[in-house]
Design a protein around this ligand. Structure first.
Ligand SMILES: [Ca+2]
Ligand SMILES: [Ca+2]
Length: 370
């Protein structure tokens, strides 16, 4: 404990306020919170170096948790579960149309927290630089689960996110994606180790984001299926929607899988850029495994099996090599087509659960499913 922290804690204890934030005073470097009021204030008052540890439990904030305070690369602001405790921040008490958590800020590290039942989007990071999201869940909300948006969206890392069950009722499901990196720009953004499933619209959507995004070790499945009894359902259901709104940008997807989506497994969605898709698997999606009809995508060593529209729709500008639809490339057998283990708890380090689903043992083609 630093001398400054110790002094602040001493003052706090003397005032009988425990570890709560002291209004009007510099915030302690480490703040432990156990109720929604303290959580709200801790986020509002955070400055570079602040560590907010949230005790186990379910929190029901009554206003969006938000900050515009920047950390720095050497003194980030941290929002994390206390130890290994289970923390859920629930949007059920928010006004309609609210997000649970919004940052317009740089250098935050957020980990080990579930954001659930948001009236609208669960987490929105707007024009953020250098944020790290580890083992966060954005689930069962009223619009997209996790969003990066705005120009100046730079070097953000989203690792081991689970985002599922999101559905925008007002739009009949047309907008709620697992991850939305939309309407913005900025380099160095990475999504890795994500499970994006059973959302009403797409698993991940890069609509109108004009800088390359990298996605790897990510599973996108069961999106765009009407699970809400919506008679006017409009979800698109692409596993990986890699463009839109006229932008031309070379996104990269490595070692990822899309299955059971109502739309395409992987699609350019009108992005004519040199999208790179390498060692991925598309299985049993309702439309195409890979839909790249107009652009200059580079498709390498991908595996498409049992997709409703066919394996690939590719235009004359696409580069295609080593995929199972290319001549002379055989299709290895899956060790399992039972996806049930994909819903299991993550490993203790937060990585994807072990599975044989869609694995083949091949060292040359398809996703390795880990
Ligand atoms: Ca849509
Ligand atoms: Ca979408």
């Amino acid at each position: 404990m630093s001398r400054r922290t110790a002094l602040t804690l001493t003052v706090a204890l003397a005032l009988g306020t425990g570890l709560a934030v002291l209004p009007g005073q510099a915030q302690a470097a480490t703040v432990v919170v156990s109720n929604s009021t303290d959580l709200t204030n801790a986020i509002k008052n955070a400055t570079a170096g602040t560590v907010i540890q949230v005790r186990g439990g379910t929190y029901y904030p009554t206003a969006t948790l938000q900050s515009t305070a920047n950390g720095t690369s050497s003194a980030p602001i941290t929002l994390t579960a206390y130890g290994s405790e289970t923390v859920k921040i629930d949007g059920s008490s928010l006004p309609s149309g609210s997000w649970i958590f919004k940052l317009t800020a740089d250098y935050w590290n957020v980990s080990g927290i579930t954001f659930q039942n948001s009236p609208d989007s669960a987490v929105v990071c707007q024009s953020c630089t250098g944020t790290n999201w580890n083992n966060v869940r954005t689930i069962n909300g009223g619009d997209s689960g996790f969003t990066l948006t705005g120009d100046g969206t730079v070097n953000n890392i989203v690792k081991n996110l689970d985002s599922y069950g999101n559905y925008d009722a007002a739009g009949h499901g047309q907008n709620a994606d697992g991850v939305a990196i939309k309407f913005g720009s900025g380099s160095g953004n990475l999504v890795t180790g994500a499970r994006l499933y059973n959302n009403s619209d797409d698993g991940i959507d890069l609509w109108s984001f004009s800088s390359p995004v990298t996605i790897e070790h990510t599973w996108s499945f069961g999106n765009g299926v009407n699970r809400w009894g919506d008679s006017a359902f409009e979800g698109n259901g692409n596993g990986f929607k890699l463009g839109g709104n006229g932008v031309t940008v070379a996104h990269v997807v490595n070692n990822s899988a899309a299955w059971g989506n109502a739309g395409n497994g992987f699609t350019e969605n009108s992005n004519t850029g040199a999208i790179v898709i390498n060692r991925t698997t598309a299985y049993a999606n309702s439309k195409w495994g890979y839909y790249f009809a107009t652009g200059a995508a580079k498709l390498g060593k991908n595996l498409a099996v049992s997709n409703g529209g066919g394996s690939v729709s590719k235009g004359s500008s696409v580069t295609s090599a080593g995929n199972n639809w290319d001549s002379g490339i055989s299709t290895p057998a899956f060790k399992s087509t039972d996806a049930s283990s994909c819903y299991n708890a993550r490993a203790s380090d937060g990585s994807l659960p072990a599975t044989t689903f869609l694995t083949t043992g091949s060292t040359t083609i398809g996703a390795t499913m880990n």
